[in-house]
Design a protein around this ligand. Sequence first.
Ligand code: MN
Ligand code: MN
Length: 461
Amino acid sequence: MTNEELRESLLMAPKNGYARITPEQRAEMESYCKRYAAFMDACKTEREATSWASAEAEKRGFKPFAPGMAAKPGDKIYMNNRGKSILLAVIGTESLDHGANICAAHVDSPRMDLKPNPLYEDSEIAYFKTHYYGGIKKYQWPTIPLALHGVVARKDGTCVTVTVGEDEGDPVLVISDLLIHLSADQMKKPLAEGIVGEQLNVILGTEPLEGEGADLVKLHIMKLLNEKYGLIESDFLSAELTIVPAGKCREVGLDRSLLGAYGHDDRVCAYAELEALFAMETPAKTAVCILADKEEIGSVGISGMQSHAFEYFMETLCDAQNVRLEECFANSFCLSADVSNAFDPNFAETCDRRNNSLLNYGVAICKYTGSRGKGGASDASAEAMGHVRSTLDKAGVVWQIATLGKVDQGGGGTVAAYMANRNIVTVDAGVPVLCMHAPMELVSKLDCYETMLACKAIYLA
Ligand code: MN
Ligand code: MN
């Protein structure tokens, strides 16, 4: 054998995804990405994603979960978990003691939540005080257009939805930064201290009400909120209002090969899972799609992946088939569908290029996340990786391997560990992202499309 022949038979030779997909797939990729962009424009919070998914599921014949319900092959069932996360299942022809094929993504993204008592006036400017949610670089959030999203539970027991800053005619909100002319001291600070958490105060207005009295700018803002939403100041005490970047998902690059949006992490995988599920006929194994909340702060809380809400849903399906939940979990597989960091040549020193995901090389499979010696990772087994590898190869999915940065450079986590703790074999995989957790994140259209194909293949495995 020549060295060339040996090289071909023994060594890996990864190829850019554009060299691997057909013209038909390329056209499908474009239309898939249009639908994904529309989803992103409609869903910037976990609540919005959950309502959107519930409505779409209803249209496609999914029935709301009810205790004691049947779970026969072909049945489509969903559970809206208190408006903040959603679990969907298509019941397979095999009994649930054979396990389920699960894809689990999250629909919460880093942002700035309003504090319980947010509204104040200083120097005749009205502001909202915020507390950031998830990991953000605080300096990235001033001087960009922001929008207000959320719900308020009013004193009278009704709940009102608030959205400001997304419609063409809406005003946007902004956090100020210091002019460069007076930034001598600020510019000497480390990036982490240039803007601090208590400076993430959102400007709401500057026009005082006519007449005499204190805080007339604040009073004016409260009057406007009262006229539009029927709110009084104490209603903020029972609200989930959040500040997110304003604006739509945009094509990026002269060749339009990328999508730029707030919150690709992890709605890009959430949408992939959903569309793959919606496209399915009755599978052999039951397919379960999870859009979880609270991943960005540790998968905690009633709507996070550590919540027993998942057991409640799965156990009800198992009960309907006289199957033990433990038996089902032991034979299940979970793709923890979450984003990875795309290699960025601008910051090459932070990554091991040989083991990092690249834009346009397809869905990125990640054996372990974690930090400092894989701490906190679920670290998938050789066999689990082998299962994913052969499943994706068989389905012709373009995929690549991923690790999160250089050893000891940092790290991260996903829902994988919480699924694996349930005795479910779990592997991380998802779309590579540039500038993850920034107000605008970038993903490649090709990787988005291949991730949807990967979810489809896993549901059918
Ligand atoms: Mn994520
Ligand atoms: Mn994240």
